[in-house]
Design a protein around this ligand. Structure first.
Ligand code: CO
Length: 203
């Protein structure tokens, strides 16, 4: 197992269209394992191969993550459809066969760390994909898992969540990154603490 480097915006690789996987070699299993380790280490709930510089249509997801330092997912209830799927999920060549309804969520991204914006997605999706052995799977899911699948599938097309928000909001984030870069891990931890205090004062 190895922890991989997560590329951050504006790395140009994040804007590329990823290739369809045609042969299912043991290398895929190794990459999936490394991606999961990288994702868990970063307290993420999803990671797409292009985020670690591999331009192939593969993503890993685990929405069960319940990091006490990350209040964002603490109270996220898993829906009945989500509970049916065994996680972590490794999806190769994923396709959305059908999308239904609309939902919004304050999305963040390991490639745009510390920024969050509300993004609209399908509420429920029917997905076709392959596992690391090339076995086809089909399932219908909603809840946070449906949102994460759509977010990660965007990465395979070179799309980021900041492309789904208003021009003004997106420009504000891009300029902030251009001018000041990303906050350090310590700064993010400080901000999280401050946000928690804010939440308490609201309650
Ligand atoms: Co992302």
């Amino acid at each position: 197992m190895a922890k991989l480097e997560i590329l951050t915006y504006p790395n140009p690789l994040l804007r590329e269209v990823s290739q369809i996987v045609k042969t299912f070699t043991p290398d895929l299993q190794k990459l999936a394992t490394d991606m999961l380790e990288t994702m868990y280490d970063a307290n993420g709930i999803g990671l797409a191969a292009p985020q670690v510089g591999q331009l192939i249509q593969m993503l890993v997801i685990d929405t069960r993550s319940n990091d006490p330092e990350n209040s964002r997912y603490e109270n996220e209830d898993i829906t009945a459809l989500e509970a049916k799927l065994k996680q972590p999920l490794v999806l190769i060549n994923p396709e959305i066969i059908k999308g239904e309804g609309n939902t919004t969520f304050d999305e963040g991204c390991l490639s745009v760390p510390s920024f969050f914006e509300t993004v609209e997605r399908f509420e429920k999706v029917e997905v076709k994909a392959f596992d690391v052995h090339g076995k086809e799977m089909r399932f219908t899911v909603d809840g946070l898992l449906a949102i994460v699948i759509q977010h990660e599938m965007d990465h395979l097309k070179g799309t980021l969540f900041i492309d789904h928000i208003s021009f003004t909001k997106s420009n504000k984030i891009k300029n902030q990154i251009k001018k000041g870069g990303y906050p350090t891990k310590e700064e993010i931890a400080e901000k999280r603490k401050a946000d928690k205090l804010k939440d308490l004062s609201k309650a």
